[in-house]
Design a binder for this molecule. Structure first.
Ligand SMILES: NC(=O)c1ccc[n+]([C@@H]2O[C@H](COP(=O)([O-])OP(=O)(O)OC[C@H]3O[C@@H](n4cnc5c(N)ncnc54)[C@H](O)[C@@H]3O)[C@@H](O)[C@H]2O)c1
Length: 373
């Protein structure tokens, strides 16, 4: 007879109580995670150990009437990893994304997150994953800005006013407190105005809404880009301010000149390279990854021999001191964050620890005694 096995179930309201929205803590956690990545104390999926996740790729055809069809930001994805250091735990973020959700009063993507004991594989917790994911996604540009923004950065440009960019803004303001104002461009101007009203009070700084991308980028020392849908934001080389830090959390349209002229920093470049491998193995070739990966354009340039990927540095290497940080006040840096499964493990685990400590959540039995033992 085996022992009873229990796990902690945390619904969204529980993880809020357990501090998931504490951006300062989240940033510290994500920075700690990048340090572990820089040292190599992690495993992500696949034989190269750097796989973003396993995706269900949808088709265009309608042979089977119920099978999901390809569409903007439409996918299912499972992101698995082990993270070492004090975390020493395994996790899996599992989500579905469909832009049509926004018309049904649902978030674009819906996430669940599981933590497992690294020895036995037993589940420790299952939690609502949306806020873990949006907080950790925002924290990454926060950490990148801490290390790579120019010292006197005062203006933050935001391209896209969705939930992810709101989290990015929150994080960047936290690590670069000298930011005096935010300039927001959302393709949906009315939504942009609503978001501006909402976040102005939260971040305690003016948020100016502009109706043109260049007006946003031209004035900004840091630009955070996170849009969804079929229209990729076009960021013109001529608009970059000297010393600007451009952070791509979602896909954007930049010129080959911009990539070649400026420094490029990634969250973990080997993970982006795996996307290229996947794209080349897909029946539609590299086109299959261009509309949803923020590095797709650059991967295409690399594949065509028009960009040398050795030029790209990882933020983890910069944080542990193996690579140089900002080289001058005028240096323009383009940073790409594809999203690492270790980010969910890091922040999900801290939230789980807080929940345990404060008796938050519901204990659920997996079994009273395993039928197999
Ligand atoms: N890198 C990561 O770790 C990571 C994690 C999660 C999400 N993402 C990406 O972040 C992006 C944003 O996600 P979200 O959940 O906030 O989406 P969302 O749909 O909630 O919001 C996107 C916003 O972008 C606006 N927009 C669309 N096209 C635009 C354009 N061309 N110019 C300006 N604004 C435009 C929309 O009007 C909307 O307000 C997605 O591409 C998603 O894949 C990245």
């Amino acid at each position: 007879m085996s022992e009873k096995l229990e796990l902690l179930y945390l619904q969204e309201e529980d993880i809020i109580k357990a501090g998931v929205l504490n951006m300062k803590e989240c940033i510290n956690t994500i920075e700690e995670m990048f340090r572990l990545i820089g040292k190599g104390d992690y495993l992500m999926g696949g034989p190269n150990r750097n796989d973003h996740g396993l995706m269900l790729w949808f088709n265009n055809d309608d042979t089977f009437k119920n099978m999901p069809k390809k569409g903007p930001d439409r996918r299912f994805m499972s992101l698995i990893s082990y993270l070492g250091g004090d975390f020493d735990v395994v996790g899996n973020k599992w989500y579905g994304s469909n832009i049509e959700n926004l018309n049904k009063n649902l978030p674009r993507s819906i996430h669940t997150f599981t933590l497992n004991d690294r020895e036995t594989g037993a589940p420790l917790a299952i939690m609502s994953g949306n806020l873990v994911s949006s907080a950790r996604t925002g924290a990454v540009p926060g950490v990148i800005s801490k290390y790579l923004a120019k010292k006197d950065a005062k203006v933050l440009g935001a391209v896209g006013g969705g939930v992810i960019n709101q989290s990015c803004i929150d994080a960047i303001i936290t690590t670069v407190p000298g930011i005096e104002k935010v300039i927001l461009f959302d393709i949906n101007i009315e939504k942009g105005k609503e978001v501006a009203k909402k976040i102005e009070a939260q971040i305690n700084r003016p948020v100016e809404v502009v109706d043109d991308m260049d007006a946003c980028v031209k004035q900004s020392d840091i630009v955070t880009v996170a849009t969804s849908g079929s229209v990729k934001p076009k960021i013109n080389e001529e608009s970059f301010k000297p010393g600007a830090l451009i952070i791509l959390t979602g896909a954007a349209d930049l010129s080959a000149e911009s990539y070649n002229k400026h420094r490029v920093v990634a969250d973990l470049w080997s993970m982006h390279e795996k996307w290229l491998e996947d794209g080349l193995a897909h029946p539609e070739g590299i086109n299959s990854i261009l509309d949803w990966t923020m590095s797709g354009q650059l991967l295409e340039l690399i594949n065509d021999g028009k960009f040398d990927s050795n030029k790209i540095d990882d933020i983890g290497d910069i944080i542990v001191g193996n690579k140089e940080g900002r080289k001058s006040d005028d240096e323009v840096i383009i940073a790409m964050t594809g999203g690492l499964s270790t980010e969910d493990v890091a922040w999900g685990y801290r939230v789980y620890e807080n929940a345990l400590e404060n008796n938050i959540g519901t204990k659920l039995p997996l079994w009273n005694s395993s039928h197999l033992i």
